[in-house]
Design a protein around this ligand. Structure first.
Ligand code: FAD
Length: 451
């Protein structure tokens, strides 16, 4: 177990703290961001992280709107020093047709968010967690939160029980606020109940890293490549060392229907997808294939007296637009500002203090979710892949896909609205004349996939 960074108002090194202003469960991007900000604002923050970092994690393509956030939490220069792959956009390919859609973030509504990074999460998450330490948070790795403690009436979170590696007795830490940042483990929402799966996004993923791939020449060589197929879609995420993350997302039942191991399924799918197979020609897989099943969900209750949920602990959206890390870090930032204000004003945090957090976070999720649902609907995909997109709408969509969902400008809202209206019109048109020519030509989704 490592205990580091206890200082600047935190517990003394080597002494296990019995209390804190904020206890953060989980040291991924959401937890690290929250702890960093709390510590920087002068509060005693403790992070309990179950694993020993660095550890593998999926979720490697970041959005441009994450960059100013890195700057706000003071980690941008450290991140740049690690020389991550610069990502200027995305290239969407449609298998079986000649449709492609490059998305260049610089073409968004504002010019402030032109690029982002592709990162190996083992290194990236360790960097963020270390930054939380260096900012003054107490960080305990290999420390598993086993229980969130509530007041006698069951309403107010008042601390946690945690089990440190090598110990058999759980320790108790009292806190004014408990933040669930446990990612897809969603520790607290499982306890509170009511986690909802999204039936429209019942998909699973399999993925691995390869040592190299045929990347595009020039500045777009660092862009994420998305290949849509009748079965689902692929990602190829280039890293700065020349290697690449490759993953496939399919309806969960397709995984279940197929015989053999996940590894066989993955390898066979690579061979069956010429666009992916060709890009990987001559490459070697450098890790075991991993899989994640049934992954989109939301939680009706993401805050209450003395607690809140950030990042994947609150909600998980299909990763087609690489939204997860931004949602995790941005929700943590908003939560930290709500907690700071409440602690300064009255020394405790009530459910009502999270109103702004709830409103802003849920609004952002809704905006992303609409696009994610749209991605799986042929008429929206048709609008997306159109060879001659309306430039004004394209700029709005680009801004949204860059992550501009938290406080969109009026212009962005209008162009997105126009995009949704135009896709709705296409839906009506298709209902009148049967399914679209695009879909007939490409067979992009099978009838049972279209809800
Ligand atoms: C297939 C797939 C592809 C994805 N691709 C992308 C992408 O390209 N771009 C993107 O932005 N996002 C992507 N995501 C989403 C991204 O991985 C997550 O949204 C992001 O990691 C969320 O961060 P977080 O801090 O909320 O949770 P996590 O990063 O999962 O961190 C949670 C941490 O909590 C710890 N923990 C869990 N339980 C406990 C406990 N009881 N006690 C203590 N610690 C605990 C875990 O060990 C973990 O370190 C993808 C997700 C999937 C499934």
């Amino acid at each position: 177990m490592s205990v580091n960074g206890l200082g600047q108002g935190n517990a003394s090194p080597g002494v296990f703290p019995a209390e804190a202003d904020a206890v953060v469960c989980g040291g991924g991007p959401g937890g690290s961001t929250f702890a960093t900000l709390m510590a920087r604002m002068g509060h005693r923050a403790i992070v309990f992280e179950r694993e020993k970092f660095p550890r593998f994690h999926i979720g490697e393509s970041l959005l441009p709107w994450n960059v100013p956030l890195f700057e706000r939490i003071g980690v941008l220069s450290k991140l740049k020093a690690a020389a991550p792959q610069v990502k200027r956009g995305a290239r969407f390919y449609h298998q079986g047709s000649s449709f492609t859609r490059p998305v260049l973030f610089a073409n968004g509504i504002d010019s402030d968010h032109p690029s982002s990074f592709q990162v190996k999460r083992a290194e990236f998450d360790a960097l963020l967690l270390n930054h939380a330490r260096e900012s003054g948070a107490a960080v305990f790795e290999e420390a598993r939160v086993t229980e969130v403690l509530f007041s006698a009436d069951g309403k107010r979170a008042r601390g946690v029980k945690v089990l440190l590696k090598g110990e058999s007795e759980r320790r108790t830490v009292d806190a004014k606020v408990v933040v669930d940042a446990t990612g897809r483990d969603a520790f607290l929402s499982r306890h509170l109940g009511g986690r909802r799966r999204d039936p429209l996004l019942d998909r699973s993923a399999a993925f691995a890293h390869y040592d190299t791939f045929r990347r595009a020449e020039g500045p777009t060589g660092g862009d994420i490549v998305i290949v849509t197929t009748p079965d689902g879609w692929w990602w190829l995420i280039p890293f700065s060392d020349g290697s690449v993350s490759v993953g496939i997302v399919m309806p969960s039942r397709r995984f279940k229907e197929r015989q053999g191991t996940v590894e066989q399924l993955f390898e066979e799918s690579v061979l069956a997808t010429p666009e992916v197979r060709d890009l990987l020609a001559g490459s070697k897989r450098t890790m075991d294939v991993q899989a994640i099943a049934d992954y989109s969900y939301s939680t009706p209750r993401i805050s209450g007296d003395g607690f809140c949920l950030v990042g994947d602990a609150a909600c998980f959206l299909d990763p087609v637009f690489s939204t997860g890390v931004l949602l995790a870090m941005q929700s943590a930032e908003i939560a930290a500002s709500s907690v700071d204000r409440a602690l300064r004003a009255k020394g405790r945090v009530d459910a009502s203090d999270f109103r702004r957090f709830e409103r802003t976070y849920r609004g952002a999720i809704r905006r992303f979710e609409r696009f994610v649902h749209g991605f799986y609907e042929p008429h929206v995909l048709e609008t997306f892949y159109t060879p001659a997109p309306n430039p004004w709408m394209e700029r709005g969509v680009t801004t949204m896909l860059g992550g501009g969902v938290f406080h969109p400008t009026l212009g962005a809202r209008f162009s997105i609205f126009a995009f949704h209206v135009s896709t709705a019109l296409i839906r009506v048109q298709q209902a009148l004349r049967g399914r679209g020519a695009f879909e007939r030509a490409t067979g992009i989704l099978e009838p049972e996939d279209v809800k």
